[in-house]
Every structure is written in structure tokens, then in C-alpha cells.
Design a protein around this ligand. Sequence first.
Ligand code: AMP
Length: 355
Amino acid sequence: MLPPGSTIGIIGGGQLGRMTALAAARLGYRCHIFTPEREGPAEQVSHACTVAEYTDRAALEAFASSVDVVTFEFENIPAESVRLLAEHVAVRPGWNVLETAQDRLAEKRFFNGLGIETAPWREVTGPDSLAAAVADLGRPSVLKTTRLGYDGKGQVKITDGTDLAEAWASLKTDVAVLEGFIHFEREVSVIVARGLDGAWACFDPVENRHVNHILDTTLAPAPISESLAEQAIGIARKAAESLELVGLLAVEMFVTKSGHLLVNEMAPRPHNSGHWTMDACLTDQFEQFVRAVCGLPLGSPERHSNAIMKNLIGDEVESWPALLQEPGAKLHLYGKAEARPGRKMGHVNRLFPIT
Ligand code: AMP
């Protein structure tokens, strides 16, 4: 257990690191950020910041020897860098978790290996194998890079008119995954925390609505049956236990029209679909993350209010003066200077009594 006063090293310098550092500060910890970008959202609120590439060995070693534990708000860092960090300091969650979450194929094999359903999928390694996979799974289907995809980047929808050779070439990769297209009823996600002692705690499943592939709104709780909510929690818990995860695991799922859950992807860190917890739960996802990573007992994830979280994307952030005046609304801004289109600038949580 790391006592308050210790320093948490966070890989990644964005808003997830910022909100983790703020939660850590409330419990008396300091945060040291490692990021390639200067003056990012996390650096602004942290005790120290190393600005260096994720492959810079000397910087990683100096960072690892100046912190008491290392965690991630960004999981796409090279294996070699994580190995180097782990030689010097505890890294939570561990490399096995990052490795599985970094790669869509590894992730699907992992879930399917646990008996957990995903959309039907095929590994694709070139235009011919894409044609064979499309013949198998049909159109529409979705071709995705295995690595570094987020917010719909690294994805092409294959429809009746799509030229497969062009679709393949557009991804600029050697390996990809083709997924059958799911005509889902809704998308949900679950965030589970697992402590150093194996204890776990789960936030209520929520519904996520995307606009242009970017999360727009989260409804907490998800309007789904209790039994489906329990199934969703069971999936997240089984995944976290099987990975022996210490930290947080967010699992995104589709609810099919027939009421089945199919896992889409997972992220071993705080997640945008958990921002509602900041104002609607006794312990929010960032504090829970800090507790898990520092080996503290987990807090109660109980929801004391219902909430709707709305992301403020690009120039939507300009509505901040009105949001500050809105009763029942709680505004969170990330300190980003420029409101580029598609950029997450902040979010607002609107709270409602539990009915
Ligand atoms: P991802 O990057 O995999 O999270 O995909 C981003 C969004 O694209 C998802 O949240 C869905 O809204 C949509 N999407 C991804 N994969 C599929 C699929 N196989 N079927 C239908 N919609 C999908």
C-alpha cells in the first residue's frame, strides 16, 4: 500500500490524466506525468511532468526512479518501454493487460476464450483475405486496424458499393480485423475496479450514444433490465479477474435487438463513459483508479443520483457561460487552448434524482 504523500507516475498527459491527478491530490498524493506533449491538460494540475517520447529510455528510467508506482491514462505505449519501467517500479495494471487491450485481435481472442461473445470477426492480412472475410461475414461489415484506433479512426465500413482493394489500402496496415456489422439496440459500457487484494467494485452499466464515432452522451444508469445489467457486470468482472488487473477496466458492449450482449472493446484505465461518476457516485472512477493503483481499499461506487453526461466537443465548449448558470448541471473543462473539431474540450454532468 502506498501511503498518501507518495508519487503516482502517469503515462499520458490528456484529460484522463488531469482528472486522475485531481482525484489523487484530494487523497494527498502527488502525480508525475510522462507525455510527449508540452503543457497538456494533466501537466497543468500535476506536481511534475516529463516531456519525452514513449521510447526515450533515459527519460523513462529517470521517471521510473522518481515515482512510487506507474499507471496509464493512455495504453498504447511500446512493450519495451513498459518492461523498462517495470524493472524499476511497480506498474499497475501490468503489461499483460496493456498487451491484450492494445490489439483488437488479442482482445477478441481473450474475450472469446472466456466464453464471452463479440461481433463475428475474421483476421485480415491483405486484399484477398479481406475478400474472403467479406464473403463470410457479408455486407455491411466494419474493417478496423488492430492497433491505435480510437473515435472511429482506423475504421472503414464495408457496404454494397465499397471497393475492397481501396478499403484495404486506406488502412495502411499489414493486419486488420473484419467485424460483422451489428444492428444494435443500444451501446452500453461497464467500468469495474479491482484492487491489489483482489476486491472488486463496479459502477452501474451506462448507455453511450456516439455522434460521428465520438462519444456524445452517456445515460446513467443504462435503461436496461436488471438481469442484463448483471450480465454486463459479470462480463467486466470476469475479464478483470482473468487479467488479474489492478486498476480500472472499462468494457464497451453492444446490446443486440434480441437482448444479447456482445463485447466491442475494453480499456484498462478511466474511460469517457465513466465521467458521470464524478458527480453522481460516492466514489468516482478517478478516485477509484487512484485507490486501486495505490493499493488502498476500494471506495463505494454507489450511485446517489441519476446523470446524463454530455461531452463538449470542439466549439460546443463555447456554451460554458450558459452551462455555469444551469441548475443541476456540473461543468468540467480540460484546459485545452484550441477547440479543434472533434476534440474533447470538457463535459457537463446533469444530475437527476433517482426515480
Ligand atoms: P470502436 O472504435 O470499435 O469503439 O468503434 C466506434 C463505434 O463504431 C462504436 O462505438 C459503434 O458505434 C460503431 N461500431 C464499431 N464496430 C461496430 C460493429 N461491428 N457494428 C456496428 N457498429 C460498430
